[in-house]
Design a protein around this ligand. Sequence first.
Ligand code: AFD
Ligand code: MN
Ligand code: MN
Length: 408
Amino acid sequence: MRKTPASRKAAARQQVFDALGTLKIEIPSWGFADTGTRFGKFYQDAAAIDLADKLADAGQVHRLTGCCPTVAVHVLWDFKPGEDPAAVAALAARNGVKIGSINPNLFQDQIYKHGSFANPDPAVRKAALAHTLHSVELGKKTGSRLLSLWLADGINYPGQDNIAARKERVAECLAAVHRKLGPDQLLLLEYKPFEPAFYATDVADWGMSCIHCKKAGKKARVLVDTGHHYTAQNIEQIVAWLLSENMLGGFHFNDRRYADDDLTLGSLDPYQVFRIFNEIHQHAHDNGGRPADIAYMIDQSHNDKPKVEATLQTVANAQELWAKAALVDRDALAHHQKNTAQIDAEELLKTAFFTDVRPLIADWRRANKLPPDPLAAHRASGYEQAAAKDRAARRKALGITQTAGGYA
Ligand code: AFD
Ligand code: MN
Ligand code: MN
C-alpha cells in the first residue's frame, strides 16, 4: 500500500517514540563535582561537594528527562573508607535513581607511577587487584551490574619495559577479577590510545581490549569511550565489528576536537554520533529487532559549563541523535546497498539525520509526563540557585576555601 504523507508522519512518530523508550543513559557522579584541567580549576558554587549532592543532582536530571535512572560512581571519589554501600544505594533511591557502574581508581595513588595491573612490581599489581576486587564486592552490595575498568597504564619511553610482559601482567589481573564477578555482573574494559602515557598505553585500542576481554572470560566486554580515538578513526566501524562479535559492553559518551577533551556529546560532530547510533539500530534490525545489551554512559565533567545544565544538554543531544538514527528506512537502505546505489543509500541516512525530531521528542516527553524542554524546566525550577546557596554556605562552614591549586 502506497505510503501517504500522513501515514509517513505517523510512522515516524511511532519510530521516535519506540526508540526513546529504549534509550537509558547513565550519568557520571563526577560530572557534578568541581573539576579542571592540568592548568587549573574554575569553581562553581553549585558544584557538588559530596556524594549526597551528586545523587541529588542526578535525581534532578532523571526527574526532568525520565531516561537517566542510574549513576556511575567512582570508588575513591564517591565512597568514604568503610562507607556502607547499602546506605549509598538507599540514598540513591531517595533521589529517585540507582547506583550504576562501579569505576575503580587505578591511576591516582602514588604506587601507580609505573602502572597498576601492568606494573613490573608484583606488590603494586597485588594492591591494584585488591582495590578492584573490593570494587567488585562493592558493586554486589549496591546492586551494580557493571564494573567499568580504565587502566591508565603505559610507558613513556622506548625500552622502558617489556611490552609483551606488560600485556601478560594485565591479562593475569583481568582473569583474577573476572573470576570474582557475580553471576549478573559484567567487566567492561575501556581503551584509550594515549594519556597519561605517551609512548605505549597498555590497553590502547579496541583490538587490545577485545583480546583481553576474550581471554578474561565470557562476562568481559569492550567499553568504547567516544573521546578515546585518533582523529581519523572510524568509530562506527569499530562499533559494528564489536556488535557483530557480541563484544560491545557499552559507551562513555563525550565529544572531542583534538584528544580526550570530554566536551559535550554531539557538540562538535553530531553526524559521527548519528553514524554510531545508526550501526546500533542496524544491528538490532538485523537481529530480529532485538536491541543489543549495551550500556550508554556519559563520561564528561565540565570545567566551564554549569554541571546540571551540561548534563541535561548532553542527554537531550543523545536522545535527538538516537531518534534521528531510528528514522533510517532499513529496508530501503538494504535495497540500495544490494544495488550498490551508494548515493541513494547515503541520501537515505542524510534524510534521517536532517529530520528535525525535536517536536516529536517534546511530544514523547509530554506523553510521559515530562517537561517538553528539560533545560528550560531546570532553569525555571530554581534548583541551581538553591544548590549554589546551600553549597557555598556549607563550604564556608567546612572551612573549604577555593584556592588556585584546589580546595584548601
Ligand atoms: C578519564 C579517562 C577515562 C575514564 C574516566 C573516568 O580518560 O575516560 O573512563 O576518566 O575514570 O576521562
Ligand atoms: Mn571514559
Ligand atoms: Mn577519557
